[in-house]
Ligand binder design. Structure first.
Ligand code: COA
Ligand code: MG
Length: 295
């Protein structure tokens, strides 16, 4: 078991908070999201871009976000604001920068370089939005750019993808199954975090929970959120349940039992259990413990 598998950081809930909304930035200090994405991009009108940047830098400088991971979504380098955003974020040192509208490995490299120029050490990760048709077609080369850059995560942008594909956001998300599976597959192939897209219909709790479960089934680590009321259910869906942790403990105990030393396959609670299930069980327990440690 490699150390990287055991050192998991929960990213069940990643809440977008518009940079122009100082009240929401303050409120986020009391919200139990695993990660906060302070947005300078789509949630901010062109006239409010400068104010949003100032608010976000002030909020990060003030701190008080505890164990929550702080991510700043900047504007694309192709816009009038992107370069200035990245330069400004250089002083704030968030955990990650989230870059939108990435189409290619070259786009990843350009943001990575701009981050270095802004003085951001490699300890500030780069996450990219997967939200354009080209990003889906180039998903392997984009993921592979992680070998040459600080790229560490994918975040699905289904609203933008739907617009560009001229697809409808149906409840079952059938038009996006290809994109969702391609992104998770590429993320896993290159060891990246994968976060699902947002659910727009805020009052529809049942639909939201279904969407969370679907994201979990695809293999996503968590989901991006738009409203505080979505946090609790999302955290629950993306955390291993007590029963799952119990089952995982039984698998670990079975493989550790002296009479099973050296065995590659066992029967645990009636189910065929192989060493790959042991790896999964250890990962489940690592996430379970990490979630418990978040409080
Ligand atoms: N982050 C932090 N706090 C938030 C929040 C968020 N994303 N969304 C709402 N809140 C706060 C509000 O400030 C309000 O705080 P208060 O009780 O102290 O006044 C409280 O939660 C209730 O908000 P509510 O009145 O239900 O929502 P709203 O009508 O003010 O805002 C949205 C609705 C959709 C505009 C808002 O939720 C939002 O901006 N979401 C994020 C949008 C985004 O970032 N999009 C880009 C990525 S897709
Ligand atoms: Mg967008």
């Amino acid at each position: 078991m490699s150390a990287s598998v055991l050192a998991v950081r929960p990213r069940r809930s990643c809440l977008y908070t518009p940079g122009a909304n100082a009240k929401a930035l303050a409120k986020a200090r009391d919200l139990k999201a695993d990660a906060l994405i302070f947005d300078l991009e789509d949630a901010v009108a062109p006239d409010a871009k400068a104010e949003a940047r100032t608010n976000v830098l002030a909020a990060i400088a003030e701190g008080g976000y505890g164990a929550r991971e702080i991510v700043v979504r900047v504007n694309a380098l192709s816009t009038p604001w992107g370069a200035n955003d990245i330069e400004a974020v250089g002083g704030a040192k968030p955990n990650a920068v989230l870059a939108p509208k990435v189409n290619s490995a070259d786009d990843v490299m350009a943001v990575d370089e701009a981050m270095s120029d802004a003085g951001l050490l490699k300890t500030t990760a780069l996450w990219v939005m997967i939200e354009t048709p080209l990003s889906i077609l180039n998903i392997k080369e984009i993921a592979a750019a992680s070998k040459r850059t600080r790229l560490a995560g994918f975040v699905m942008g289904i609203n933008d993808l739907a617009k560009d594909m001229r697809a409808k956001q149906t409840a079952a998300r059938t038009p996006f199954l290809y994109a969702l599976a391609a992104a998770v597959t590429a993320a896993r192939a290159y060891g990246l975090t994968a976060i699902d897209g947002v659910y727009n219909d805020i009052p529809n709790t049942d639909g939201f929970i279904e969407a969370c479960r679907q994201g979990l089934a695809f293999g996503f680590d968590g989901k991006t959120l738009i409203h505080p009321t979505q946090i609790e259910a999302c955290n629950t869906v993306f955390a291993p349940s007590a029963e799952e942790a119990e089952e995982a403990r039984a698998i670990v105990a079975a493989f550790e039992a002296p009479e099973n030393a050296g065995k590659g396959v066992l029967k645990v609670n009636g189910k065929m259990t192989e060493l790959l299930h042991l790896d999964q069980a250890r990962r489940t327990l690592a996430i379970f413990d990490a979630v418990a440690a978040m409080g």
